[in-house]
Design a protein around this ligand. Structure first.
Ligand SMILES: *Cc1c(COP(=O)(O)O)cnc(C)c1O
Length: 397
């Protein structure tokens, strides 16, 4: 169920102005929000290096914003390397974290200059034999999380019990495993699993050190930092409290990396779509929009999130309503059973917190083009748009 808010008609003025200039549908991206999120997370995890998970919203303006703030990039494909090549990123500020790679992927990433990779099994480790003098590896360990909406330790990561053997194999082959990584999942409700994972990795790192092996000097704690999709607020400083405590117990030679995607990108984008048609079917008010689950709302299918919606009306009645997307497929429904006022053709529907895993996974099914993104407070293109309009990325419901 999407949370939603009915605001008065006059509160939709800034969105109507944007649509008048740029058309509909629209995604309004605000790089200032990324800067604020980056600052908040940096403050919550002092000493950690922040690598933005590019896949959550692969947009050059966000990438540049993160780089300007002092962060690095977490990459997982050749396409992501191509995207950032034009931004003249120092490859030293990138890590390649896909645990499964073709030789070509390794060669291309090396040619770009990225030298940190992730492995989680013997076959992957062996792929690095020809390049062992040029790389450092992180071993991804699996810690299953039931508190994460998207469990990412099911598909990747070696079992904790296998880690020592892989590290030993790396040492025997001269392939340097310089640290450990994990990613417990996305949109984690609490930090129990991260804290547990940090403790277990700490034990492994210390044991390794005790047997006199080359020290593992990196711990990558992955992403998973949550945002609120119900109009509330996540206090990231409090959220990270136990993570901070666990990190303090690591040996001083260990550098910590975090790989936030959603936390940086989700609040940075707001969608604006328009009602283009309406009908009453079985007592339900159906509204057909120019954007839907094959487009910017794709995250409702792939990422299992429900975005807070906002409509603008001063009408008194409330009717059970459906918001449907523009394609001919019946699954293209954004929200059902919303109690909305009577809406009209041309009225706007705003979706908040729509930066992460939305545009990134949008399709052009039915040959409906992908939604245009306009950028505010843009470090890449200084002809920024409509800076005077106030748009609060965090809707309060
Ligand atoms: C997707 C991904 C991330 C980002 O996850 P969020 O939940 O968006 O923070 C970080 N690291 C790896 C390896 C990933 O695959």
């Amino acid at each position: 169920m999407n949370s939603f808010k009915i605001s008065t008609s006059d509160m939709g003025r800034q969105y109507r102005e944007l649509v008048a200039v740029h058309g509909s549908p629209l995604l309004v991206m605000d790089c200032d929000t990324v800067r604020e999120q980056y600052r908040a997370l940096g403050h919550a995890l002092p000493g950690a290096e922040i690598y933005y998970a590019v896949k959550s919203l692969p947009h050059p303006s966000i990438v540049q914003t993160v780089l300007d703030a002092g962060g690095g990039l977490e990459l997982a494909s050749n396409g992501e390397i191509e995207l950032i090549r034009s931004l003249k990123v120092s490859p030293r500020r990138t890590i390649h974290t896909h645990p499964i790679k073709r030789d070509r992927d390794i060669v291309d990433a090396l040619r770009f200059g990225c030298t940190t990779f992730v492995v989680d099994n013997t076959d992957e480790l062996l792929k690095f034999l020809p390049y062992k003098h040029r790389i450092g590896l992180l071993l991804r360990v699996s810690f299953r999380s039931h508190a994460a909406v998207v469990d990412l330790s099911k598909k990747f990561g070696c079992a904790l019990g296998e880690a020592s053997e892989l590290i030993r194999l790396g040492a025997d082959l001269g392939v340097h495993i310089k640290g450990l990584s994990f990613h417990v999942g996305s949109q984690c409700a609490d930090t129990t699993q991260q804290v547990n994972a940090i403790h277990q990795c700490n034990t492994l790192i210390r044991r390794h050190h005790d047997i006199g092996a080359a020290p593992m000097s990196v711990l990558d704690i992955g992403g998973g930092f949550p945002v609120s999709y119900d109009g509330g607020h996540v206090d990231i400083n409090r959220y990270c409290e136990l993570i901070r405590d666990a990190l303090k117990e690591l040996p001083s030679y260990v550098n910590v990396i975090a790989e936030p995607g959603r936390f940086l990108s989700a609040p940075a984008m707001t969608s604006v779509s328009t009602i283009v048609g309406k009908a009453i079917r079985d007592g339900m008010h159906w509204y057909y929009l120019d954007d839907g689950v094959y487009g910017s709302f794709s995250g409702q299918l792939f990422d299992h999130m429900r975005y807070p919606l906002e409509v603008f009306s001063s009408g008194p009645g409330r009717y059970p309503s459906v918001l449907a997307g523009p394609t001919c497929d019946s699954i293209d429904v954004i929200a059902e059973d919303l109690m909305l006022p009577e809406m009209g053709i041309g009225d706007l529907i705003v979706g908040h917190m729509m930066g992460a895993y939305t545009a990134a996974s949008a399709t052009s099914f039915n040959s409906v083009p992908k939604t245009k993104i306009i950028v505010r407070h843009d470090p890449v293109n200084y002809d920024a748009v409509d800076e005077s309009l106030k748009i609060d990325p965090f809707v309060r419901i």
